[in-house]
Ligand binder design. Structure first.
Ligand SMILES: Cc1cc2nc3c(=O)[nH]c(=O)nc-3n(C[C@H](O)[C@H](O)[C@H](O)COP(=O)(O)OP(=O)(O)OC[C@H]3O[C@@H](n4cnc5c(N)ncnc54)[C@H](O)[C@@H]3O)c2cc1C
Length: 337
């Protein structure tokens, strides 16, 4: 079954920036069998819209948010293998897992969006990423008109990156199911200073305590609505690029990466470029979280886009570092379907 709504559908409730934009057609399949037909009409594929920026009225949009359900594929002594429909809400899924005694995802508490997009974006927070839990992804490949099972090691997962963001796959592969392996044993990941500072050591082996602590930290830090979380990725620099940056910015925070590169704080670069609280119309650089751009109520797509360009240009000018967007802009007239 697929609900198809046409004729200028307001998208305000279908994306987290809550902009007053419309879609020509909104395709909302609630069963996997309806996906190929819906996909044949769609220009864009979205989940819950918490990491997109529609830059005006859009052509046909397919959202997988109503594909629901899960099944346990395999129980082992210490682990469980579960297949989850792409439209399940991510945070709901994390809570369900804790209730079942399936662990590993606790630090990914309260990340908005759907299970399918969690793979596309390889979501991460507080020292945990989705990647190590992923076994495979199943979905409809529009290009070859066939269902495909893609093993995790072919998904090219990296820092907020996957195969499904790359041009040949973007909007061409509709993820309908995701298979994860989770642990039956809870081992808290307390590597982040924010988490360590807030956790009650007497309760750190209670997964709900870790979950609730992270949820509380997030709700203090992030705006409740009107954003897509971090707008830009943290730049990954080679040693020589880091040295060059450090000449201008000796105190810039960085974290060494397993591949010998260095992840630099984009929030710091934006903050020290004097952009905290910078506003263009009703679009704002969040005054406490400079990585987050916010629609304060009635921002237009142009205002948010101009603000994003301004942040990018200013950081480039001041630090010589190109910022890459984490949020995906959706253009009214895509060059390719
Ligand atoms: C307040 C806030 C805080 C956030 N914090 C974090 C955080 O801590 N860590 C983090 O990693 N992210 C964070 N995010 C970003 C966001 O939550 C994630 O990127 C999330 O996975 C997006 O899910 P979605 O369903 O809303 O995807 P959408 O925004 O709908 O889509 C995101 C991308 O995935 C593609 N896509 C979506 N569904 C499918 C599908 N079924 N098949 C194929 N492609 C698909 C879309 O084309 C798009 O490219 C935050 C966002 C907000 C608003």
């Amino acid at each position: 079954m697929s609900a198809v709504v046409s004729g200028g559908i307001p998208l305000r409730r279908y994306h987290s920036f809550a902009l007053s934009v419309k879609a020509e057609i909104l395709l909302l399949p609630s069963q996997e069998e309806a996906v190929p037909e819906a996909a044949s009409q769609a220009t864009y594929i979205i989940g819950e819209g918490s990491n997109i920026l529609p830059l005006g009225n859009l052509p046909a949009v397919l959202s997988t948010r109503y594909l629901r359900g899960y099944q346990v594929l395999k129980e082992e002594n210490d682990t469980v293998v579960v297949e989850i429909a792409a439209g399940e809400n991510w945070d709901g899924w994390v809570r369900f897992c804790i209730a079942q005694g399936w662990h590993g995802l606790e630090n990914l508490a309260a990340i908005p969006g759907s299970v399918g997009a969690a793979v596309v974006q390889n979501i991460g927070a507080y020292g945990v990423e989705l990647a190590p839990f992923l076994l495979s992804v199943y979905g409809w490949n529009r290009r070859i008109e066939a269902w495909q099972d893609i093993p995790a090691d072919a998904c090219r997962l990296g820092y907020r990156h996957s195969l499904f963001q790359e041009e040949a796959w973007r909007d061409q592969f509709v993820i309908t199911r995701v298979t994860l392996r989770l642990s039956k044993r809870f081992e808290p990941v307390l590597t982040y200073p924010d988490v360590l500072a807030r956790i009650d050591p007497t309760q750190q082996h209670d997964p709900w305590h870790v979950y609730e602590t992270i949820r509380a930290i997030r709700s203090e830090k992030l705006p409740a609505e009107g954003s897509a979380g971090s707008f830009f990725k943290n730049p990954i620099l080679s040693l020589s690029e880091l040295r060059t940056l450090q000449k201008k910015a000796p105190e810039v925070p960085f974290h060494p990466q397993p591949d010998g590169k260095f992840k630099v704080s984009a929030a710091w670069l934006i903050d020290r470029a004097g952009l905290k609280g910078h506003r263009i119309g009703n679009a704002l650089v969040h005054p406490r979280q400079p990585l987050v751009l916010v629609n304060t109520g009635s921002a237009t797509p142009d205002e948010l886009w101009s603000l994003a360009q301004h942040v990018r240009d200013t950081v480039m000018e001041k630090w010589g570092i190109p910022l890459e967007m984490e949020v995906r802009p959706l253009f009214p007239h895509p060059s390719k379907p």
